[in-house]
Design a protein around this ligand. Structure first.
Ligand code: ADP
Length: 310
């Protein structure tokens, strides 16, 4: 990555969750009680995952979101600060922090309950004010685990600040055209792309056609991620593929978050699109080689090494 380029800020607007993972021999049936073997607590939420992904690649990152006034909220803020992420845009809402309760059987079968908690209280006004408080915003990246009004404000304020605006439409929703009109780059995975377009993804060429359809909705650049098959992209008049890096994948959780965070980081450091796409693909691939979400997000050195050897 070009170390001479001026470093500007990546602002991530999104969810912060505490993931409670319970390992059980067998998931309980209705009305049944079973003993869990272990209870782990991990930071999570797509917003926080993507902020950590960008920060570990050396970007200057600010997170905008909401945590509860409970112990989990304090813990999440500590995680943010330990990763070197600016927390000035994280507000405290009365009540619980976003929480995911994840029950996992040894063979991987799982059951997940997500309580949006404080994430649901993030307002458009808070997002706008936080973005306006920075004078060096290069990229604004958001997902859809916060209210649609907050997503709308993120893309509008990012555009007004002259930043590159990126939407990772996860989970997929019906996005009104006024939001998509302010999106420079849309990064869905192939399921989200199919849901948004109403078209089928399949081969790389089919998927490029889906990206082209999504271009007509507003985003001038659409990148669709396809797991171990890499990614395809489309802009007005141009399209192509980015091959996946070959790795021994063991757990692809957060690969998409690594991809989006790395894309934002690379753009903020002045990398041209083809190079940013390679950074994103390398970060996604490395994340698939380790278990978990935040623990699996790679550091800059690991990404540089993978890029240098390919
Ligand atoms: P999501 O997690 O949103 O479903 P994907 O699974 O499409 O996202 O992964 C995002 C990107 O991460 C892919 O485009 C690819 O570059 C990289 N990636 C994911 N899984 C693998 C894998 N098994 N091998 C190599 N790269 C991968």
């Amino acid at each position: 990555m070009n170390s001479q380029a001026p470093v500007s800020r990546v602002v991530i607007v999104g969810s912060l969750n505490i993931d409670l993972v319970v390992n059980v021999d067998r998931l309980p049936g209705s009305g049944e009680t079973v003993f869990g073997n272990s209870l782990e607590r991990h930071p999570g939420g797509k917003g926080l995952n993507q902020a950590v992904a960008a920060a570990r690649l050396g970007a200057t990152v600010s997170m905008i979101g909401a945590i509860g006034d409970d112990g989990s909220g304090e813990w999440l803020r500590r995680v943010v600060l330990e990763e070197g992420i600016d927390d000035s845009g994280i507000s405290i809402a009365p009540g619980t922090s976003g929480t995911a309760v994840i029950e996992v059987e040894p063979r991987g079968e799982n059951r997940i309950i997500v309580v949006a908690g404080a994430n649901e209280s993030l307002t458009a006004e808070a997002v706008r004010m936080a973005i306006e408080s920075f004078d060096d915003v290069a990229v604004v990246l958001t997902q859809s685990e916060v209210p649609l009004d907050a997503v709308r404000a993120a893309m509008a304020a990012g555009r007004a600040a002259g930043a590159k605006t990126i939407l990772n439409p996860a989970p997929a929703r019906d996005y009104p055209s006024d939001i998509l009109a302010n999106v420079d780059m849309l990064i869905p995975n192939e399921h989200e792309a199919a849901e948004m377009s109403g078209l089928k993804t399949g081969s790389a060429l089919d998927t490029i056609e889906v990206a082209q359809e999504l271009n007509t909705r507003g985003a001038s650049c659409v990148v669709i991620t396809r797991g171990e098959r890499g990614a395809v992209w489309s802009t007005a008049g141009n399209s192509g593929q980015a091959a996946a890096f070959r790795v021994s994948a063991i757990d692809t959780v957060a690969a998409g978050d690594a991809f989006c965070g790395a894309m934002a980081a690379a753009i903020s450091m002045g990398e041209p699109f083809p190079e940013a796409l390679r950074w994103a693909s390398a970060a996604g691939a490395l994340t698939a080689t380790r278990r978990g979400a935040v623990p699996s997000l790679p550091m800059r050195e690991a990404v540089e090494e993978l890029l240098a050897n390919n």
